[in-house]
Design a protein around this ligand. Sequence first.
Ligand code: DGL
Length: 263
Amino acid sequence: MRPIGVFDSGVGGLTVVKELIRQLPHENIVYFGDTARVPYGIKSKETVIRFSIENILFLLKRDVKFICVACNTVSSFALPEIKNHFRVPIVGVITPGAREAVYATRNKRVGVIGTKGTVKSRAYEKEIKQFDPQVKVTAVACPLFVPFAEEGWTSGAVVTTVAKHYLKPLKVAGVDTVILGCTHYPLLRKIIQDVLGSNVTLIDSAKQVAIEVNEILSNEGLLNKKGKGKQDFFVSDNPEWFSNLAQRFLGKPVRNVKKVNNV
Ligand code: DGL
């Protein structure tokens, strides 16, 4: 049973794996987290493209049938370029998240939060405009949310103050829908919702990409319908660190993490 390949800059992509397991329980998954070079969110486009190509080459060696780019920064910066390099189908998180946001908004004002790289690329904005040019997009980078999620700081006074500061432009813009445009942000969902208010719809790009993967695999006749899928985890550094954080991002412990020297 050929696996789905998933990669991310580090541990955050496990939020996507969690959704893939939930929605596609029969699929085998090979995950690669580039923990030696994380974070990608502050790196240049050229560097993110180069790292992504190396990560895909690793996954192809594991005979994956399909590649899911879990990282929002890679999906924003590198997807068109990397798609040109490979024949294997590759899907990223931007299009599914953007489509769902356009579907969800009632006042045609959508907010996007992500890394500095994701916001700078304006990828979500461009994609949203493809679906509906009338939608007004306000995007803000929330770089401290990544270390907060990794350190387990998902509530309390410090996080609330930072969240209020970051999310203020979205409140001023009057958005009714906000895309959680970073692998880590589903862990901060509650605080983000509290700060924005219950009338704002949050779009989880991890959930949306899993729906898209399901659809593509079904349409291509590549979907596995039997058996319990298994997951293999590879990292470029610090497997223990990855294992320790995995529980929080995946919702279950991860023991079989192997370090590889492909990068
Ligand atoms: N995985 C990244 C993303 O979704 C966040 C962490 C990083 O900056 O590498 O954009």
